[in-house]
Design a protein around this ligand. Structure first.
Ligand code: NDP
Length: 271
C-alpha cells in the first residue's frame, strides 16, 4: 500500500466546490478504516478494481463485487473469504446491461444492506491507440459507453442507496490522459476527460444537499492488463503492482475524507 508519500501531483486538492485542501496520500488509512461500510466496486474482477476490493474487505468493509466474468469474480470472492472478509457478487456487464439489470441491482443492494456507503468505478476499456482521423467508430462507442455512460447510469441508479448512508463516497477512476490530452489515446482519453467532468458536475450538485461526496482518482501506471495492452513492450517489473496503489482509494472511502468532494486526486506522486 502506498501510504506515506506526500503527493505533489493532485490537481484538484481544493476541488471544484472549494473543499479544503486534502491529499489522500498524506492520510494513510487505519486497519479498520472501513469498519461497517458497504462498498460496491466495478472492475472488481481484475487489476486495480480487484486490488481495491480486497483492500476494502481487509479494512473491514462488506464488499459488493460488480463484474461480468463469474470465474474471476468468484476467485476474488474466494480470496476475500480466505482473509475472513465479507463479499457478495453482482453480475453486471457494462456493455450490455439494460435498465432492468441496473434497477435489480439497486433493489438488491437496498434489500440486503439498506444503504450504500461507497461506490468505486474501476471498470474501463482502453479501446485502441489510433489517430482520431482513423478511429473506428464502433470502438469509440463501446469505450464511451463502458467508461462514461455505464458509470453515469450505475451512479444514478445507486444514488438513492448512497443517500441513505450518513457518509457516502463515490470515486471515479481517472487517468493522466483525462487531464492532459495525448495524441492517439482517442476515446479512452476523451472518456477520462468526461469522467472528470461527471465527477465535478455530480459533486457540485450533491455538495451541501447530501452526505454523498464525489471525487476523481488517478491510480497512475500499474501492472495490469490495460497497461500491458497500451504498452506491450514495457518491462512489467518496472510497474507498481495494483495492491501498492490502493491506499488513496481506501482513504477517500473512509471517514478521514468526510466532506472532501469535487477533488481530482492521484495515487502516485508526480514524477
Ligand atoms: P484492467 O484492464 O486490469 O481491468 C479492467 C476491469 O474493467 C476488469 O475488471 C474488466 O472486467 C472490467 N470491464 C471491462 N469491460 C467491462 C464490461 N463491459 N463490463 C464489466 N466490467 C468490465 O484495468 P486496470 O485495473 O488497469 O484499470 C482500472 C482503472 O484504472 C480504469 O478505470 C483505468 O482507466 C484506470 N487507470 C489504469 C492505469 C494503469 O496503468 N493500469 C493508469 C491510469 C488509469 P473483465 O475482467 O471481465 O475483463
Amino acid at each position: 500500500m502506498s501510504t506515506d508519500a506526500v503527493s505533489t501531483g493532485s490537481t484538484g486538492s481544493t476541488g471544484s466546490t472549494g473543499a479544503p485542501r486534502f491529499d489522500p496520500l498524506a492520510h494513510p488509512p487505519g486497519d479498520a478504516e472501513l469498519e461497517g461500510r458497504v462498498i460496491a466496486l466495478t472492475g472488481a474482477s481484475d487489476g486495480i478494481g480487484r486490488a481495491v476490493a480486497l483492500e476494502c474487505a481487509q479494512r473491514r468493509a462488506s464488499v459488493i463485487l460488480l463484474g461480468r466474468n463469474v470465474k474471476k469474480l468468484e476467485a476474488a470472492h474466494g480470496q476475500i473469504e480466505a482473509l475472513g472478509g465479507e463479499a457478495s457478487i453482482a453480475l453486471l456487464d457494462l456493455e450490455r446491461a439494460v435498465a432492468k439489470d441496473y434497477e435489480e441491482l439497486a433493489d438488491a443492494v437496498i434489500a440486503r444492506h439498506g444503504r450504500l456507503d461507497g461506490l468505486v468505478h474501476c471498470a474501463s476499456l482502453l479501446g485502441t491507440l489510433t489517430p482520431i482521423e482513423h478511429y473506428d467508430v464502433p470502438t469509440w462507442c463501446r469505450v464511451m459507453h463502458v467508461n462514461v455512460t455505464a458509470a453515469f447510469v450505475l451512479t444514478q441508479v445507486l444514488l438513492p442507496a448512497l443517500k441513505l448512508s450518513s457518509d457516502a463516497s463515490v470515486i471515479f477512476s481517472s487517468s493522466g490522459v483525462g487531464r492532459r490530452a495525448r495524441a492517439y489515446w482517442g476515446a479512452y482519453a476523451v472518456s477520462k476527460f468526461a469522467i472528470e467532468g461527471l465527477s465535478q458536475v455530480l459533486s457540485s450538485e450533491l455538495d451541501t444537499l447530501t452526505h454523498v461526496r464525489v471525487n476523481a482518482l488517478n491510480p497512475g501506471r500499474a501492472r495490469t492488463m490495460m497497461r500491458r495492452q497500451a504498452y506491450p513492450a514495457e518491462a512489467l517489473e518496472s510497474l507498481p503492482l495494483p495492491e501498492t496503489l490502493t491506499g488513496p482509494y481506501i482513504t477517500l472511502l473512509g471517514p478521514k475524507a468526510r466532506g472532501v468532494t469535487g477533488g481530482s486526486f492521484d495515487c502516485q506522486p508526480a514524477p
